[in-house]
Design a protein around this ligand. Structure first.
Ligand SMILES: O=C(O)c1ccc(O)c(O)c1
Ligand SMILES: [Mg+2]
Length: 596
């Protein structure tokens, strides 16, 4: 697969965009006209720079509004085309993208339109340039890829073919099956988009995403394009307001990652298999010297016991039932923060090749003699993801602490999920890491009204649900008002949340206080036994019920820091959600008690 990216997908000057695309490893770029027009580099210099960087310029775009009912305008269009074809040649390429017309003077009769496009193709051919005609979803007369292909066939000129762009096909809800039957595909652009139910032009210009970040079936689309016999570049064209501001180097890495993952989804086996984590080995909390007593105090109140201490000191292992928490006291900036996720995996060392192809290098922590080498990845937010096999056993790095009896109270079963707070611009990037590199499946996006703005959250799960990682992003990058959210947390599953909450309170644990109004509403929404409701209220336990009758009981510790708190939950009757209905109440309560 030849990989390509449109310069419009990246922030910066044209030179910076080319450098970012080349550094990530793209084979080619599409040069977006406004990027060139604003650049101090002459087209020949752009060509030379691309050559030095080792990226090919595959196409120049867009040439707009090619047809017109007014002969005067048409004559101007021909002049414009001559000029732009010269630019195409100076850039060292031979392909110009032509968008279907969007103005009211567009030709609305196919025979005439074909004749006008044929005349333009003849002009282009004189320069050694080919035209790739693209149906924009909001085109005046041509908005459908099949319509564009019919007009191109009728024009019947060797220098005229089509450009298929997944956005314009799938955003309209068109059937992509016909793509496989297209005969003259000169170029293929790919973009994803969220299902926002908005007009297609603003959706296209502001909200496009890289493959896998939105809601389109791009694997099916990709297969259809390949089935047409197309073997040119696969080019990402992602107009997105956040990517326009983001570091182009990081965006380009995400972009290429998404493209390689797409190729693998379309033709499984293109990449080595995903690591398929089978469960949690541990979660690690980094705690500063001041934060450490609060973390260990919280774990103690939750019935954890310190059962191991690391051979090299400063790091302790705390266990309760099937749950292991590593508390890392080595110097850190945060008071307390989830710093590392230990996943149990069948073949951790098979991870390296796939992740390298997905531009996520495997790293190892410095280890002492006799300690387990754990292959790890660093997620975009800096969280380490460590892959623990059966042997060597990572827990043997910890020397047992003798005579420590766990506190009384119900045992915890396992880590249910973790939630990682993301920087405002990092949400989609982190999601792509979890789906492409870790092979998790992204769920529905939840948008939650919090006191200081909208919080977005999405869970990513392994096929069997053993691993669940939620990503959360707070209101805005700068938080116009209010405080940062304390949204990083680990949720432990128990068989009896009420008993766990009672034991936690008895051991001096401080649960996040839930207001009376919440319980009044709960009593109104669900037909709950009065005694049961009273127990929930007394213990600050929240409740949810799904459509199949599954129930969730859960409570939260007070936040230890803005980055860390703990949830304990019980799932009854196959409840699969995360209690999102209760999140606004939790966020408001955390605003009142934000942690240090
Ligand atoms: O929004 C646009 O105008 C535009 C331009 C060029 C494209 O390839 C495209 O898909 C959209
Ligand atoms: Mg396009």
């Amino acid at each position: 697969m030849q990989t390509s990216i449109a310069t419009v997908s990246l922030a910066g000057s044209l030179a910076e965009k080319l450098r970012a695309a080349a550094a990530a490893g793209f084979d080619a770029v599409e040069v977006f006209e406004p990027d060139l027009v604003a650049s101090p580099l002459a087209p020949a210099q752009v060509r030379a720079l691309a050559g030095d960087l080792g990226v090919r310029i595959a196409l120049f775009q867009p040439f707009r509004d090619p047809d017109h009912v007014d002969p005067g305008v048409r004559a101007r269009t021909v002049q414009r085309l001559h000029r732009k074809c010269e630019v195409v040649r100076e850039l060292g390429c031979d392909l110009l993208l032509v968008c279907s017309s969007v103005h009211p003077g567009a030709v609305r009769e196919d025979g005439e339109l074909a004749a006008q496009l044929r005349a333009l193709a003849e002009v282009a051919a004189g320069h050694g340039v080919r035209l790739a005609y693209e149906a924009l979803a909001w085109g005046t007369h041509v908005a459908d890829y099949r319509h564009a292909a019919r007009v191109v066939a009728a024009a019947d000129h060797p220098a005229l073919g089509t450009c298929v762009d997944s956005f314009h096909v799938l955003s309209r809800g068109d059937d992509p099956a016909g793509v496989a039957a297209l005969e003259k595909v000169f170029f293929y652009q790919v973009a994803d988009a969220p299902a926002l139910g908005m007009d297609l032009l603003p959706l296209s210009r502001h909200h496009r995403l890289f493959p896998g970040q939105g809601g389109f079936d791009l694997a099916g689309f990709h297969r259809a394009v390949l089935a047409s016999g197309y073997d040119g570049p696969v080019s990402l064209e992602v107009f997105n307001d956040l990517y326009r501001q983001a570091d182009p180097g990081r965006t380009a890495v995400d972009a290429l990652r998404s493209l390689r993952h797409l190729a693998d989804l379309a033709e499984p086996g293109t990449l080595p298999e995903a690591p398929s984590p089978t469960g949690w080995a541990f979660v690690e909390v980094a705690a500063s010297e001041e934060g450490s007593p609060a973390v260990t105090g919280l774990l103690g109140a939750l019935g954890f016991a310190r059962t191991g201490t690391h051979r090299r000191g400063e790091v302790d292992l705390w266990t309760n039932g099937g749950v292991r928490v590593v508390v890392n006291g080595r110097p850190t900036r945060a008071r307390a923060q989830l710093s590392s996720l230990g996943l149990q995996a069948e073949a951790p060392h098979a991870l390296a090749q796939r992740s390298r192809e997905l531009l996520a290098a495997v790293v190892h922590r410095p280890v002492g003699t006799g300690e387990a080498e754990i292959p790890s990845l660093v997620a975009p937010d800096g969280t380490w993801v460590q892959f623990c096999g059966r042997a060597p056993d990572w827990s043997e790095d910890f020397l047992p602490v003798p005579g420590r009896e766990p506190a009384a109270g119900p045992r915890l079963r396992e880590v249910d999920h973790v939630a990682l707070p993301q920087p405002f611009a990092g949400f989609d990037s982190a999601g792509l890491f979890l789906t492409a590199v870790l092979g998790l499946c992204g769920g529905e996006l939840s948008e939650i009204a919090a006191p200081d703005g909208l919080v977005r959250s999405r869970a990513h799960c392994s096929a069997d649900g053993a691993i669940r990682i939620a990503l959360e992003v707070g209101p805005t990058s700068g938080r116009l008002r209010g405080r940062p959210l304390a949204s990083g947390h680990v949720a432990f599953r128990t068989d009896d949340a009420l008993a766990a909450a009672a034991a936690f309170a008895a051991a001096g644990g401080e649960a996040l206080e839930v207001p009376e109004n919440y319980y009044a509403d709960l009593g109104a929404r669900f037909d709950l036994d009065a005694g049961f409701l009273d127990r929930l209220r007394a213990l600050h336990v929240l409740y949810d019920r799904d459509e199949a009758g599954g129930e969730l009981l859960h409570f939260f510790s007070r936040a230890l820091s803005r980055e860390f708190f703990v949830e304990v939950l019980e799932r009854r009757g196959g409840y699969r959600g995360f209690g999102v209905a209760n999140t606004p109440v939790r966020l408001a309560a955390q605003r009142r008690a934000p942690g240090e």
